[in-house]
Design a protein around this ligand. Structure first.
Ligand code: PRP
Length: 181
């Protein structure tokens, strides 16, 4: 792995957990008495998903899905492929996709259409980070942890070449490292 310089901390673990707690309370209220499936997107959403889960009071089912959006290392092309597809029955349940970041929106737009074909009562998205400034697809997230500027964010599940996911905060790669990608 090339040497990289990590920028300042954008969001601390405490800030992220606090936000997850607030959103978990909204989710509990919005889905009270309903069948809910939390669908984590592998791999980056895992720490955020765990935070949401631990603060939810209502019961839910849990599963995972994995999709890849192909393109350069810093932007996706819009060509999405499902790499892991769960066999959980989604018919008549509410689906809440839990994501780490929505960037162009290509991945989520594709996933939402695919999931809608399975007969759920609803499909919504809860993302830790939202990069509205980079949106090219017509996609809107329902629950957003934090709005983030156009930086190559890392940590708290977000990777650079599969590394740095374990940082206990969200930071970013300095520009010279991003240019070298
Ligand atoms: C990230 C993220 C989204 C997608 C967002 O996944 O989890 O699925 O990119 O990009 P988009 O809005 O431009 O489509 P990534 O492919 O990095 O996989 P990972 O979670 O395994 O790191």
């Amino acid at each position: 792995m090339a040497k990289t310089t990590i920028g300042k901390v954008l969001f601390t673990r405490e800030q992220i957990e606090q936000r997850a707690k607030e959103i978990a309370a909204e989710i509990d209220k919005d889905y009270e008495g309903e069948d809910l499936i939390l669908l984590g997107t592998l791999k980056g959403s895992v720490p955020w998903l765990v935070d949401i889960m631990k603060y939810m009071k209502n019961d839910f089912k849990l599963d995972f899905i994995s999709a890849s959006s192909y393109g350069s290392s810093t932007s996706s092309s819009g060509v999405v492929k499902i790499k892991f597809d769960p066999d959980i029955n989604m018919y008549n349940s509410h689906i809440l996709v839990v994501e780490d970041i929505v960037d162009s929106g290509n991945t989520l737009k594709y996933l939402m259409n695919k999931l809608a074909d399975r007969g759920p009562k609803s499909v919504k998205v809860c993302t830790m980070l939202n990069k509205e400034s980079r949106r090219t697809a017509d996609f809107h997230a329902d629950y957003v942890g934090f709005e983030v500027e156009d930086l190559f964010v890392v940590g708290y599940g977000l990777d650079y070449d599969q590394r740095l996911r374990g940082l206990p905060y969200i930071s970013y790669l300095e520009e010279e490292d991003v240019e070298a990608l």
